[in-house]
Design a protein around this ligand. Structure first.
Ligand code: NAD
Length: 271
């Protein structure tokens, strides 16, 4: 009999996007596991977290103020907040989904003891990033929020549509940065969810059409719930995944496997 298998009791966990969807589900699970949860969002967090901090991931000063308020130690970071692209600008989408999210994690690293971990939510919309790694590394290897934002402003054609590139950059950064973070005993991973029923879904359907969204459903034949995306994040950041780093976990109910073996045929939309 193993007690408290995930060992979050008393751990300090930071969850972005805690107001809604996958972030709210993650925050709730962590509260139920007796972690000390700090929720970050532009909207109020309804889950009974220890503390909610207003943060706008488009704004460096707002992130820096949140980091100051969070303090030390931080054992687990869940980077879940995101924008869906249109109607938001490419720049805002990239700032929230990648540059701001990265700045938050990097700023928390000095407060993260060995054994701690961070997990980001990317997306199956970022599939194919490995083939584009040479184009992704120039932003991935920028240092800090200001340098990252300057790169975005100088390369609008590289971030066209906002959402798909943002998810490719997350995958590429996780693959690249995990190695050096591991030297400090900190693990970095991400998930790539398939279509999930959250507040973001109506925007995706309006953008791409229900048909294309449904083409991304895996062999399960249904969309994911927010909780089904939250549990893998909680697992990835737990001590039970101590030998998992730089991993892009496909939480898509077998979609990728079925696609690469020719059982599902989906043309990725043009970026
Ligand atoms: N829903 C899907 O089908 C799907 C699929 C793959 C990946 N994702 C990703 O999952 C993550 C969670 O999204 P969700 O589906 O739970 O959607 P959601 O809209 O329910 O949650 C997104 C949260 O991010 C917050 N947010 C937006 N802008 C912010 C900002 N500037 N600063 C701080 N917080 C901000 C929102 O207030 C909201 O609480 C996102 O990164 C999204 O891209 C979603």
């Amino acid at each position: 009999m193993i007690d408290d298998v995930l060992q979050y009791e008393g751990k300090r966990a930071v969850v972005t996007g805690s107001a809604s969807g996958m972030g709210a589900a993650t925050a709730q699970i962590l509260v139920d596991l007796d972690a000390e949860v700090i929720g970050l969002d532009v909207k109020p967090t309804e889950v009974p977290v220890k503390r909610h901090i207003d943060v706008d991931l488009r704004d460096r000063a707002s992130i820096d103020a949140a980091v100051e308020a969070i303090g030390s130690p931080v054992h687990a970071v869940f980077s879940v907040a995101g924008l869906p692209g249109e109607p938001f600008s490419d720049l805002d989408t990239m700032l929230v989904n990648f540059v701001g999210a990265r700045h938050l994690i990097e700023s928390l690293v000095p407060n993260m003891p060995p054994g701690s971990a961070a997990a980001c939510v990317a997306s199956n919309a970022g599939l194919g990033w490995q083939q584009e790694i040479a184009d992704l590394l120039p932003l991935v290897t920028t240092e800090g929020f200001d340098e990252g934002k300057a790169w975005l402003e100088a390369n609008p054609e590289r971030i066209a549509t906002g959402y798909m590139p943002s998810k490719k950059f997350i995958n590429a950064w996780v693959a690249w940065r995990a190695a050096s973070l591991l030297e400090q005993g900190i693990r970095l991973n991400c998930t790539n969810p398939g279509p999930t029923e959250t507040a973001m879904m109506p925007t995706f359907e309006a953008q791409a059409g229900k048909e294309l969204i449904d083409a991304f459903i895996g062999p399960s034949g249904r969309r994911s719930t927010a909780e089904e995306q939250a549990w893998p994040l909680v697992f990835l950041n737990s001590l039970r995944c101590s030998y998992v780093a730089g991993e892009a976990l496909h939480t898509d109910a077998g979609f990728l496997g079925a696609m690469v073996t020719g059982q599902i045929n989906v043309e990725m939309p043009a970026q």
